[in-house]
Design a protein around this ligand. Structure first.
Ligand SMILES: Nc1ncnc2c1ncn2[C@@H]1O[C@H](COP(=O)(O)OP(=O)(O)O)[C@@H](O)[C@H]1O
Ligand SMILES: Cc1ncc(COP(=O)(O)OP(=O)(O)O)c(N)n1
Length: 271
């Protein structure tokens, strides 16, 4: 059987909970061969981001081209892209390589408040990348920025998902981690341009949620690489992040990482 391959185009998190590191751990756990194109190096731990060192757009394109011109990628995700020039370069490579299983996680602000996307790059993300996305996976604040609306609760989330789909993404997953209107539950909303599906999990009371968005999008990408359709890939991603949050690792003094092997442990234990 051919090995499924998954590419992440994202920033490095030295603390290992988010970014490239979270993505590769997740790909590995879900049995997709992981590859990376690094957009920026961050000095980061569970207490926050203390430095951001973006790579030249040309270096990001060269990494993507090296992968695309030889190994190919069955699916890819984008994470922290930082600047408009990187976004434009990434979009051009995706078009050139005719990649279609594209997950865009529109990473903007880290939990500690650091900006991982420059303000002037938001337009570039909307113009160049969203039209290439099979799935876009914003959290509530990111969806607010992308749509220019305030989102308070499920009705507003549905409206925002509709607006986001107008930018060209085939599917929108508007994640529910920041929506505390649904007591005790964290519900992710999937919109396919016509209908909505809800993916519900128990809301875990924890501060160890660093990298949840990256991990969720990486699990979704790994499943797409393996040939799942989008609703099934979202279902697996939701179960993966639920296990990762529930069985936290208690690492660091701040917002700790999630547990990337918890989902696999559960599956093995259930056999
Ligand atoms: N406290 C929590 N309990 C259970 N699931 C959560 C919790 N926080 C986030 N999630 C889930 O983690 C994923 C990422 O959500 P979210 O926090 O909205 O994104 P981001 O990490 O990009 O800010 C979603 O599937 C969301 O439902
Ligand atoms: C290098 C890097 N990329 C992305 C993020 C943001 O990750 P996310 O999954 O949204 O989690 P939080 O940072 O919000 O906890 C990051 N921190 N670093």
């Amino acid at each position: 059987m051919r090995t499924p391959t998954a590419l992440t185009i994202a920033g490095s998190d030295s603390g290992g909970g988010a970014g490239i590191q979270a993505d590769l751990k997740t790909f590995q756990e879900l049995r997709a061969f992981g590859m990376s194109a690094i957009t920026a190096v961050t000095a980061q731990n569970t207490l926050g981001v203390s430095g951001i060192y973006p790579l030249p757009a040309e270096a990001v394109r060269a990494q993507i081209a090296a992968i695309g011109d030889d190994m190919g990628a069955d699916a890819l995700k984008t994470g922290m892209l930082f600047g408009a020039d990187i976004i434009e370069g990434v979009a051009e490579e995706i078009r050139r390589l005719r990649w279609t299983r594209v997950v865009v996680d529109p990473v903007m602000i880290a939990k500690g408040g650091a900006a991982l996307l420059q303000e002037q790059a938001v337009q570039a993300l909307k113009k160049h990348l969203l039209p290439l996305a099979l799935v876009v996976t914003p959290n509530v604040p990111e969806a607010e920025t992308l749509t220019g609306t305030k989102i308070g609760g499920m009705v507003a989330r549905r409206e925002a998902a509709r607006r986001l789909a107008e930018h060209g993404a085939r599917y929108v997953v508007l994640k529910g981690g920041h929506d505390d209107s649904l007591e005790g539950r964290s519900v992710d909303l999937l919109f396919d341009g016509k209908d909505f599906l809800e993916f519900e999990g128990v809301r875990v009371s924890t501060r160890h949620t660093h990298g949840t968005g990256c991990t969720f999008a990486a699990a979704l990408t790994a499943e797409l690489a393996k040939g799942s359709d989008v609703p099934r890939a979202v279902e697996v991603a939701k179960a993966f992040i639920q296990a990762a949050i529930e069985q936290s690792l208690e690492i660091g003094r701040g917002h700790g990482p999630t547990n990337h092997w918890a989902y696999g442990d559960r599956r093995r234990a259930a056999r």
